[in-house]
Design a binder for this molecule. Sequence first.
Ligand code: COA
Ligand code: AMP
Length: 630
Amino acid sequence: MSRYHETYARWRADPLAFWAEAARDVDWFKPPATVFDPAMGVYGRWFPDGILNTCHNALDRHVAAGRGDQAALIYDSPLADAKRTYTYAEALAETATLAAVLGDLGVRKGDRVIVYMPMIPEAVFAMLACARLGAVHSVVFGGFAARELATRIDDAAPDVILTASCGIEPGRIVAYKPLVDEAIALAAHKPGRVLLFQRPQAKAEMQACRDVDWAGAVASARAEGRRAPCAEVAATDPLYILYTSGTTGQPKGILRDNGGHLVALMWSMRHLYGVKPGETFWAASDIGWVVGHSYIVYGPLALGATGILYEGKPVGTPDAGAYWRVIEEYGVSALFTAPTAFRAIKRDDPQGKLLAGRDLSKFRTLFLAGERADPDTVAWAEALLDRPVIDHWWQTETGWCMVGNPVGLGRLPVKHGSPSVPMPGFEIEILDETGHRAPAGKMGEIAVKLPLPPGAFPSLYKGDARMREAYLSEFPGYYKTSDAGYRDADGYVFVMGRTDDIINVAGHRLSTGAMEEVLSSHRDVAECAVIGVADALKGEVPCAFLVLKAGVNRPHGEIAAEAVALVRDKIGPVAAFRRAVVVPRLPKTRSGKILRGTMKKIADGQPWQAPATIDDPAILGEIAGALGTS
Ligand code: COA
Ligand code: AMP
């Protein structure tokens, strides 16, 4: 019998008592006397008078409690051909020493620090070292281009950037340092210091008065025995800013606080993921995404579990058996990844032959999130693994799961296509356009009743007004998720897709609006529209329609190729932008709105009809012709 219903009911009956109890799992310097202050911030703040340190909870408390010799972090990189395990005592020593170096560079409590790094242990120590000092890290995913990094530098205004000489992608070394140099040149704000970790795969040029050699600085601090202590921070002080795609080219700086974040992560590790201290939990994501923040770094460490930092892919490093190898080698109890990873494994090894002979005896559960988990892939993984496959739904904004199936409380029956039921803290409503509750089975906007629970974002960085406007104004009293879906008669929530211009490419969240902004800057483009087209591997991939300026008569293929290069250069390879087609006109309503939904149906080969409001129905035929689907 699952304890879910009883637990959810207990939360609903008395949310403050529920979270006060959960907060006892955290090691506070001063426990909070107030659980929630509805008058603070945009919609209230959690644990406002609690004092703690997140790094202390992730490392020091476990060493003090006798876990010093237990593995805290396992680094496994088929791309660098490297493996290394750090015990809690070693991870603490690395982090506290690096924190001393950051202190030497002038980093103080409240300062922002940008971390633009590949999946190496130093990146994790960098995040923890910032947390130790009470500084605010902002990790930028390595697949973003210099211009995206520059936007984040200007918004966060850091004095220090932490980076490495390169990342490693299959078949190519991605030099990071030139991107950092270019981003600083592009940005209006100029960080004074760059701490650079030289990887053996590529050495980077150092600029004499700005760049500091990471290894050298850490070695001297270590030789001098210097380690920074944990700063005392308020629960409501920011731990990090993580930029995520919004509906414009200006990304949103999602703020995460220290106290509520730890409380929520510890609750979820135990009750949602069903993991115990000492067990191994693997989130196969990247530290540049929220999944990496919550479940590569902070969640497993706060619990006293062992986390895995995997610098590789599900396929091709070396093959589709890579995940099984890691699960066996480190005795992984639970794996969390995106459905696209399993679609890739299924594509390369449909019979699961590479699983043969692997000892997965410690492996209990597969968790999927980041994009809709298509029932085919879930059923395939269930049959192959003979274990529960749990879909769960969340967003960068919420920091942890809104709707899931809490195996720690006892698993509920799985329904393919649904991430299951709301977690405590999240009162989910399906609303129609007028803000009224939609009946069971009817699609609507998925909204969460305010206040959001601990762990969810209190606001946007320097953006209370944008927070209200983007998320809270359309449905007063609710957080608008911008996901559409429905609830069935058993209360299971089905999440079907975004209601805005965000698309999900291989579990990566991208804005088509941002791509349109870039494409519009091409000298020959008069107007354009970007839509997400269904893709068997990545879920969705972007496809652009370009209308050229009058008089342009260069070959269309040439212009399309330039458009592809432009998006890669300005947004980055992560956009997976490979397709642009030139069309004479875009289909619009009589009021001038581009009919993206109909264009998507045409591109996906689905049945479509010209909407009654269309200005000129002939244009849809032109679109189908350009795509070769007519
Ligand atoms: N630094 C630099 N470039 C990067 C990068 C990084 N950290 N991460 C990805 N890229 C590049 C890739 O090399 C690729 O470049 P290319 O166009 O030159 O081939 C491009 O960005 C697109 O990457 P990706 O979407 O990852 O596609 P892929 O074809 O390399 O791999 C999968 C496809 C399915 C194997 C891969 O997306 C995957 O493992 N997904 C797992 C899901 C995941 O991690 N989701 C995160 C949220 S939970
Ligand atoms: P991100 O902020 O990058 O985590 O992306 C969040 C978005 O990914 C959500 O708004 C959804 O559109 C999508 N998403 C994440 N998890 C799921 C899921 N389990 N099912 C359906 N969509 C999901």
